[in-house]
Ligand binder design. Sequence first.
Ligand code: CA
Length: 220
Amino acid sequence: MRVLVVEDERRLATELAAALRDAGYAVDCAEDGERADFLAQTERYDAVVLDLGLPRIDGLTILRRWRDAGLSMPVLVLTARGTWHEKVQGIDGGADDYVAKPFRIEEVLARVRALIRRSSGQASPELRCGEVTLDPRSARVTLAGRPVKLTSHEYRLLSYLMHHRDRVVPRVELSEHIYEHGSDRDSNTLEVFVARLRRKLGNAFIETVRGLGYRIGDRP
Ligand code: CA
């Protein structure tokens, strides 16, 4: 799972990015509206945290532009305290949720989790597939009740597949959702991660659909 953080207050942006990475997400950051617009139009995100007051292009304008362009990723807007009209404008402009500043990072994390869960069609906060469970609240994975230790890339890959279970996920899509901007995306590395996950969770857990991608869940 991959999140874009758009925030021009550097300290806050750093804090948000660190908390989201700790929670198991790949995170890209943009400090102004132009950069945010470029990243959202060229990369794939599972959610965006968008400050409304931004240099160059303001958050609301970018948000409307994204929705006009058909970009449907969930967007959580950060609004100034007490400005009810900002919240209304944000939601009317295509935001899915908002948090007013100042906020607790935990609240942003909880709302991002919920937005990603809903947009991928999952009802339960804990994801299950056979004997494997993944809890995005703690970034923990268990197999038959026993904790399984995963690296951050293994976790992101598993989390994406679990959020999209029963569907064949193409390799390109998978790599778009687990790597941060500018990181080396070698498709062989993807195979290495899948092989390691199979060793940890059972060989049959991740199915390779030849020429198409990977799938977990019930066989069609
Ligand atoms: Ca701002």
